[in-house]
Design a protein around this ligand. Structure first.
Ligand SMILES: [Zn+2]
Length: 108
């Protein structure tokens, strides 16, 4: 008999039930294995990076706008920069935490 490697088994951290790695839903306590979990401290860092980027964008817009030869273009660039300020931290932390897993029971 071939023993399964530890990495081929998922163990539910809530009820300690073992199951094959391809199953991400605990049959015992109905918890789900969530991949790419972002914990509270990472969420906080993500929020502060967004605030920082938005602040930098606004500040540069504030200083560039009065002297800009093409104010309309600057507004478009500013709008794109605002979207990126929010999207980039999300993408970054998602990529950084993609291997992080957590067991969570669905809220009823
Ligand atoms: Zn379980």
């Amino acid at each position: 008999m071939i023993k399964k490697l530890k990495s081929e088994i998922n163990v539910c951290s809530i009820c300690n039930t073992e199951m094959p790695a391809e199953i991400t839903h605990c049959p015992n306590c109905k918890a789900d294995l969530i991949k790419g979990y972002i914990d509270t401290s990472a969420r906080q860092r993500r929020r502060w990076s967004i605030i920082f980027l938005l602040f930098v964008c606004s500040l540069s817009f504030y200083y560039l706008y009065p002297t800009s030869p093409q104010p309309r273009l600057l507004i478009i660039i500013f709008a794109i920069a605002l979207v990126l300020s929010i999207a980039l931290p999300y993408i970054y932390f998602k990529a950084k935490n993609k291997d992080k897993v957590i067991w969570k029971r669905k809220r009823l």
